[in-house]
Design a protein around this ligand. Structure first.
Ligand SMILES: [Zn+2]
Length: 328
C-alpha cells in the first residue's frame, strides 16, 4: 500500500533544498545563469558525495536572487509537500541566502515567503513555519548575524532558530552565543548533529546549545548511555532516513538505526531533508519504513503525534493540525 494520502507532519526540510530541479532549471533559464553542470541527464540534481552536494546546493541557490523567487519557491515546495499528504511543515530558511544577513532585506524575503505560505494554507490546507538557520561552515560570526535576523523577525511564521551546513566544522560551543540570543528571544531551538559527527557531537550540542530537537542524531546509536539520556530528556530527533541512505550517513534501509532508537524510547520523527536531492518524498519515507520495519498505520499515527508535539508552533496551531491528523 502507499501512504501518500495519510496526513503527515514534517519537521526537517530545507526550503532551498526542497526546490524541484525543474523549477531551479526554469529560473536559471529565465536569468541566463549557466548551472547546467548540476543536473544529470534526467534533469535531477547530480552530486558525488556530501561535500559536492553542498556545492551543488549552493549553485542551485544562485538562481534564487530575490523575494519574488522565494515566493515562487515556497509555493512550489508547498504544492509538492501537500501532494504527499503533509498538513504541517517546518522549513529551514537562511538569511545568508536571503539578503546576505541584512535585516531589512531579510524582512522582504520573509514577507514573500509568508505570503506564499498563507496562500498555500488557504488553498492546500498545509501550514508552514520557518526556522531561521545559520550555516555552520560560514562560521560563528555569520551565525550571530543569522540569529539577529531571527530575533528581529520572530513571530507567527518565524518560530525557531537552528544550524545546518557542514557538521564537522568547529564545535557546537563555538555557536552558543547565537543560540543564547535566540533562546532569550523565545525562539525554539534545533541543530544538526550526529549525521556525520559521533555521539560526542550530539552530547556537546545538547549541553552547549540547549536544543529541544536534534537534526538527524542517528549516530547516538553508537553510545547506549547517550541514547538513554536522549530518551529520558525527551529531546526529539528529526530523522531523515532517505537522506541518510543516499548520502551514506547510515547503511541501507535495513541497517538504519531509526527503529533501534525508537525501540529504546527515543522520540523520533520522519522528514525528507532535501527531498529532490535524495530522490525522496514523505510518501516514499513512510512506504520504505513500512516495508523495512513492518510499521503500520498505528506506528505512523504515533510518529505524527510525536512530531506535532515537538513542532515549533503555538498551541492554537497545534490543535488545528491535530484535528487534521484525527480526521483519518
Ligand atoms: Zn538537514
Amino acid at each position: 500500500m502507499s501512504y501518500q494520502s495519510m496526513p503527515k507532519v514534517e519537521l526537517h526540510l530545507h526550503l532551498e533544498g526542497a526546490a524541484p530541479p525543474a523549477f531551479i532549471a526554469g529560473l536559471a533559464k529565465e536569468k541566463n545563469i549557466d548551472i547546467s553542470g548540476i543536473f544529470d541527464e534526467t534533469g535531477g540534481y547530480a552530486f558525488r558525495d556530501f561535500e559536492h552536494f553542498l556545492s551543488v546546493y549552493e549553485a542551485a541557490c544562485t538562481t534564487l536572487t530575490g523575494p519574488e523567487e522565494f515566493y515562487r519557491l515556497t509555493k512550489a515546495v508547498l504544492e509538492e509537500s501537500a501532494s504527499h499528504g503533509v498538513v504541517y511543515s517546518e522549513t529551514f530558511v537562511s538569511p545568508d541566502f536571503c539578503g546576505g544577513g541584512d535585516v531589512a532585506a531579510w524582512r522582504e524575503y520573509l514577507a514573500a515567503m509568508e505570503m506564499a505560505a498563507d496562500e498555500a494554507e488557504r488553498d492546500l490546507g498545509i501550514t508552514l513555519r520557518g526556522v531561521v538557520t545559520c550555516i555552520r561552515h560560514f562560521g560563528p560570526e555569520q551565525a550571530k548575524t543569522a540569529a539577529k535576523c531571527a530575533v528581529e523577525t520572530k513571530g507567527k511564521f518565524i518560530t525557531g532558530y537552528g544550524m545546518a551546513g557542514a557538521e564537522m566544522v568547529g564545535r557546537p560551543g563555538d555557536y552558543s552565543y547565537s543560540f543564547d540570543m535566540a533562546r532569550e528571544a523565545g525562539l525554539h531551538l534545533t541543530c544538526h548533529a550526529g549525521e556525520w559527527g559521533g555521539p560526542d557531537m550530539i552530547a556537546d550540542t545538547i549541553r552547549d546549545l540547549g536544543v529541544a530537537r536534534i537534526g538527524h542524531g542517528i549516530n547516538a546509536i553508537k553510545d547506549p548511555a547517550l541514547v538513554a539520556q536522549i530518551a529520558d530528556s525527551g529531546i526529539v530527533l528529526e530523522v531523515c532516513p532517505g537522506s541518510n541512505v543516499v548520502l551514506n550517513a547510515s547503511g541501507g534501509w535495513a541497517d538504519h538505526p531509526i527503529k533501534k532508537l525508537r525501540d529504546a524510547g527515543v522520540n523520533v520523527t520522519i522528514s525528507t531533508d532535501d527531498p529532490p536531492f535524495f530522490h525522496t518524498t514523505m510518501t516514499a519515507e513512510f512506504n520504505n519504513l513500512a516495508e523495512t520495519f513492518g510499521w503500520d498505520d498505528d506506528d505512523f499515527r504515533a510518529l505524527n503525534a510525536t512530531a506535532l508535539a515537538a513542532a515549533f508552533c503555538d498551541d492554537e496551531t497545534r490543535a488545528k493540525v491535530a484535528r487534521k491528523l484525527e480526521a483519518t
